[in-house]
Design a protein around this ligand. Structure first.
Ligand code: FAD
Ligand code: EPU
Length: 295
């Protein structure tokens, strides 16, 4: 970015030159030149308003568990650093978007609240999970989302219940510059032992089907309607395809894993090769679930 950042933006807490390898689960990427970490909603709002006024493009990062960043990013990146407490009101639980997703599911389970068991193995932040409408084992966020609070691209604060069309499989209308600040889940009182058993069952399934011992970003491609992307990639013979330290997992073909020194470019290239081969073999176009950021 050639022009200097405005003073009001620079008043929001920030760090310089943080490697994306430390900000993403895949552990690759260049430098985040400007990482803004507001500690409250007012600072987050100041960030969005200043960027909107200046016409500056920017991005919002959560736990970086669904992300590959190619090269350095000069544009400002927002990562909420709000205090991570949740609040319970009857069977409703509200938490800031910066809350750990798995730790929120665990907190609900400890309190005997059922509904977030599906979330107990999905890493990242609550904000990222709402944005992605993250889901597993037949449930997704829209099934439990009662209300959410967000900033519009202009920095206006809105709190509302979700409406039809705003969330679907691994997609939400938050794409395009809306920042989730907090969310409320409508849960149900349940037997803590039953909830714990369901969480254990999901973790067992995940542990036996997904390559959790290596750095990864979850499933790389969305499941096309009526298909499993993992099965299509597997049947195309791509398990074990490797570029440097980036590999199509031999355990689950829709996961790419980092054996230690992979680069973002290798992951992007591997994704291209997998898409091309699946198209050739099956005639199916795979849509990425993982986001690729570049300047
Ligand atoms: P990031 O990767 O940081 O960002 C993802 C998107 O969310 C970006 O567009 C970003 O701009 C946006 N975003 C982040 N924070 C906010 C915010 N506050 N407001 C608005 N937008 C925001 N996903 C599933 O759905 N189901 C699974 O079962 C699953 N299993 C996984 C298992 C593993 C081992 C891993 C590594 C990943 C898995 N994932 C799964 C993918 C990933 O964890 C989810 O997509 C997760 O919800 C992303 O959250 P994040 O905070 O890491 O988001
Ligand atoms: N399969 C293969 N080969 C493989 C992988 C899978 O043949 O290499 C087959 C399995 O045997 C099974 C089918 O494909 O019959 C589906 O596999 P799995 O049960 O592992 O589920 P998935 O569709 O691959 C989805 C989500 C996961 C989520 C699990 C559990 C997507 C893209 N993936 O995986 O979400 O954890 O179900 O609900 O929707 C993610 O989104 O990042 C993610 C990990």
């Amino acid at each position: 970015m050639s022009r200097p950042l405005p003073d009001d933006l620079l008043q929001v807490p920030h760090r310089r030159d943080v490697p994306f390898a430390r900000l993403t689960t895949l552990g690759v990427g260049g430098l985040c030149r400007w990482l803004f970490e507001p500690t409250n909603e007012g600072e987050a709002q100041a960030f969005v308003r200043a960027c909107a006024r200046e016409g500056l493009p920017w991005r919002v990062l959560g736990g970086g568990s669904n992300l590959v960043v190619l090269g350095d990013l000069e544009l400002p990146v927002l990562r909420l650093a709000f205090p991570k407490q949740h609040r319970r009101d009857g069977n409703h639980v509200t938490a800031p978007a910066s809350h750990g997703h798995i730790s929120l599911a665990e907190a609900a389970a400890i309190e005997g609240l059922s509904g977030l068991e599906f979330a107990s193995g999905i890493p990242g932040s609550l904000g990222g999970a709402i944005h992605m409408n993250a889901g597993a084992y037949g449930r997704e966020w829209i099934d439990v989302l009662a209300r959410y609070r967000f900033l519009t691209p202009e920095g206006e604060l809105v709190e509302k219940a979700p409406e039809p069309g705003e969330f679907r499989y691994r997609w939400s209308w938050l794409d395009g510059g809306r920042v989730v600040l907090s969310a409320t889940a409508a849960l149900a009182a349940g037997d803590p032992a039953t909830i714990r058993a369901r969480v254990a069952e999901y973790r067992e399934k995940r542990g036996t089907s997904q390559p959790l011992s290596k750095r990864n970003a979850g499933c790389i491609f969305k499941n096309p309607t009526g298909h499993s992307a993992g099965r299509l990639i597997d049947q195309a013979g791509l398990k074990g395809l490797r570029l440097g330290d980036a590999e199509v997992s031999p355990e689950h073909a829709n996961f790419l894993v980092n054996h230690g020194h992979a680069t973002a470019a290798e992951f992007a290239e591997l994704m291209d090769q997998v898409r091309a081969k699946v198209l050739e073999v099956h005639g199916v176009v795979l849509e990425p679930e993982v986001e690729i950021w570049r300047e």
